[in-house]
Design a protein around this ligand. Structure first.
Ligand code: PMP
Length: 430
């Protein structure tokens, strides 16, 4: 059944579409934090559709809100007409952002949100020079591929913007990794200054950064790095764009937006994924003067449509009503301490914040990326009934991003499977 579907997938969908597992899974049913595949096997889900089904599956409050909207008969009219739920959600997000006089524009994906931020920043600054972080991922549109600092995910080397990359987001393989937190921040800021002075003409539009690199392997730089960088940028009027596509809505536990851990109020933030809990939604929230920087008309046919707005509003209510930010912090700490205690020689680093936990797998006793172990871990965890993610520059990082509603018992269950699978992988590869 899956073999047949896989053959048809290969025949008709592009060869470059990534698929997990030697025998990819077709999910046909889902409930809470568990998904069932076409063979009837059920898995505890520690990846949540790449941090997208952040509330879990079949959440009555969210499904009911979407159904109620569909029952009005208005699936879509056009964003050329007033949509009350769009205005109300924009008001809430503008307030939550902490950005003064903020305005919001809704899109259908994270790529589109980042592309919009790039368009606004370059227009506002009248410059197409952009800074991005090494090892970053910002999407698959032409503009966001161009600023993605990971060639493995950068399908085109042609570029509509002039990009320079700076150090900072990924410490484990940084030349500054041995330094203390404070010295690491100083070194990264010195690198930023050097890039600005030697590789750009000075009139850079913006720096785009993920507070915790997602595709890059859940790598969180020391708190305060981005505040120090922003001070340098502010001196030249360069805008700071925080890509919160993975880190927004409380997932990092300590803060509602990932960038708040750095004491930074950015000029713009982009969001997507978790806000829709599976519905296609994204957007930009930013300083009103920056968002209003374009002087031609521009709309998105589906961005901000009534169905997405109904779902996203219900998600935001659900996050607040169930105090999910605090749950992310508690469950994240449970996973981090449990994995650190396991002390498996394949694990070079256990890192992350809240429910973004990464395990950098290495050849024991070295820093050499262990790609084989990561691949094997995906299969070993699957065989034990757990879905996890994989990523990192070298594809050797395991990524744990369960729904934000994860319970203590489920965290424990996942932890035990991971520890057991690590031992089995270590034994198999030694
Ligand atoms: N930014 C980040 C940080 C992401 O992780 C992703 C998706 N993995 C994107 C942008 C792109 O989002 P989308 O796939 O919705 O276009």
């Amino acid at each position: 059944m899956t073999d047949e579907l896989l053959a048809r997938h290969r025949a008709v969908l592009p060869s470059w579409m990534a698929l997990f597992y030697d025998e990819p899974i077709e999910i046909v049913h889902a409930q809470d934090r568990r998904v069932t595949d076409s063979s009837g096997r059920t898995y505890l889900d520690f990846f949540a559709g790449v941090l997208t089904n952040s509330m879990g599956y079949d959440v009555a409050e969210i499904s009911d809100a979407v159904r109620k909207q569909l029952d009005t008969g208005v699936l879509h009219t056009s964003t050329l007409y007033l949509i009350r739920s769009q205005v109300e959600l924009a008001e809430r997000i503008a307030k939550l952002s902490g950005i003064p006089d903020a305005k919001v524009f809704f899109t259908n994906s994270g790529s589109e949100a980042n592309d919009t931020a790039l368009m606004l920043a370059t227009q506002y600054r009248r410059s197409n020079q952009v800074l991005a972080m090494r090892n970053s991922y910002h999407g698959r549109s032409f503009g966001t591929i161009a600023i993605t600092g990971n060639r493995g995910w950068s399908a085109s080397s042609l570029s509509p913007v002039k990009v320079n990359y700076v150090h900072g987001g990924y410490r484990y393989r940084s030349p500054f990794r041995e330094l203390s937190d404070a010295a690491y921040i100083d070194a990264c800021v010195a690198d930023l200054v050097d890039v600005l002075e030697t590789a750009t003409a000075g009139d850079v539009a913006c720096l785009v950064a993920e507070p915790i690199q997602g595709v890059g392997g859940f790598s969180a730089p020391p708190d305060g790095l981005y505040r120090a960088m922003k001070e340098v940028l502010d001196a030249s009027g360069i805008l700071f764009v925080s890509d919160e596509v993975q880190t927004g809505w409380g997932r990092t536990g300590s803060h509602f937006w990932g960038i708040q851990a750095h004491g930074v109020v950015p000029d713009m933030m982009t969001f997507a994924k978790g806000l829709g809990n599976g519905l296609a939604i994204g957007g930009v929230v930013g300083r009103g003067d920056v968002v209003d920087a374009i002087n031609a008309q521009s709309i998105s046919t589906f961005g901000g449509n009534p169905v997405a707005m109904a779902g996203a509003t219900a998600v935001l209510d659900y996050i607040t009503d169930h105090n999910l930010q605090a749950n992310c912090e508690a469950r994240g700490n449970q996973l981090l301490s449990g994995l650190r205690a396991a002390d498996n020689p394949l694990v070079g680093e256990v890192r992350g914040k809240g429910l973004m936990v990464g395990l950098e797998l290495v050849e024991p006793g070295t820093r050499t990326p262990n790609v084989r172990a990561a691949k094997q871990m995906l299969e070993e965890t699957r065989a034990r009934g757990l879905l996890i993610g994989k990523g990192g520059l070298h594809n050797n990082v395991l990524r744990l991003g369960p729904p934000m509603t994860l319970t203590e018992a489920e965290a424990q269950e996942g932890l035990e499977i991971l520890v057991d699978a690590l031992a089995a992988t270590h034994a198999a590869l030694s």
